[in-house]
Write a protein that binds this ligand. Sequence first.
Ligand SMILES: [Zn+2]
Length: 361
Amino acid sequence: MKVGIIYSNKLKNYDFGLGHPFRGDRFESFMSYFNTTLSKSGKFEVFLNEEPASDKDLELWHTKDYIKAMQTASAEGVSNLLRYMSGDNVNPTTRQFPEGVEPAARVIVKNSMLACELVQEGKYEKAVSIGGGLHHAKPSYGEGFCVYNDVVVSVKHALRKYALERILILDTDAHAGNGTCQAFYSDPKVLFVDIHQKYIYPGTGYEDEVGEGKGKGYTVNVPLPPYASDEAYKFVFNELIFPLVEEFNPQLVIRNGGSDPHPSDEITQLGLTLDGFRYIGKSVREIAKICDGKEVDLMCSGYKPQVLSRAWSALISGLAGVDIGLEEPFPLRTEKTQMLGEVKNVVKKVKRSLKPYWGRF
Ligand SMILES: [Zn+2]
């Protein structure tokens, strides 16, 4: 079965303007790279969608008031803009919310919902929603370049439409997925596992944040030290994620996160190489065997243009089991990082927090 690449020509409008780290050209530049590398394997099919998510779809997580404010801000501007979003979500020059972003954000949500449907209904074994993974958006507040949270909306949609009881969300973006975490904090149907860098934006996601009420034990935060490197990710998968996922037994796997853990990404310092990205893809492929390979991948982050397409492709190559040559665009620091000891301490703390809820620990 093929792997679907869910794409839209409208994604380029998700652009915060000159001088902002998140520009709309990332999507087309990924597709050009994809067409000369992964696509040649014959393993993929590009699925084009131009349809936006409806208000009803967005209301699975966002408030009516917020949706209306985003539409108005986009079309004609609103005077109290920063009541609805942080300064990250505006054009750095005009200080306004760019016109094209709201409609493009709706298409991104629809792409991620479609990715879930196409996998769940057996059209593709796996589907990659290009532009997906806007994990910082809250019900009535946009931040961290995220307007609508497609991770939350598409998971809530899949839970409801297919009466699912166990979905795994694995967030491998360098930043903690604070919006997604909030959405499922008391929901035992969703196991949310988040690997991110400690002490950077948004400043959440510590080892003892494990969920509340019926959802206790179903939120797992792994805050890594800077320069953690590929070895850290391997340790975390082997010690935590593989055993946990086996016990949870998901019916569908969702992974989100783009290229921002790479060493040359200027706003984070996790030190994950292209080989490390491929390792994550391969590991997710392995995990998804529990549910007949069904997996949805959401991909949008990354702030170093030369790395972005390569890291996204490395993830997809591991995920789809397709080999492509991976060449780092810049020389990597060769000295060994000394962080594994600290990573082991983090994992020990996480296991201690999870012990009451999982037999494996
Ligand atoms: Zn990020």
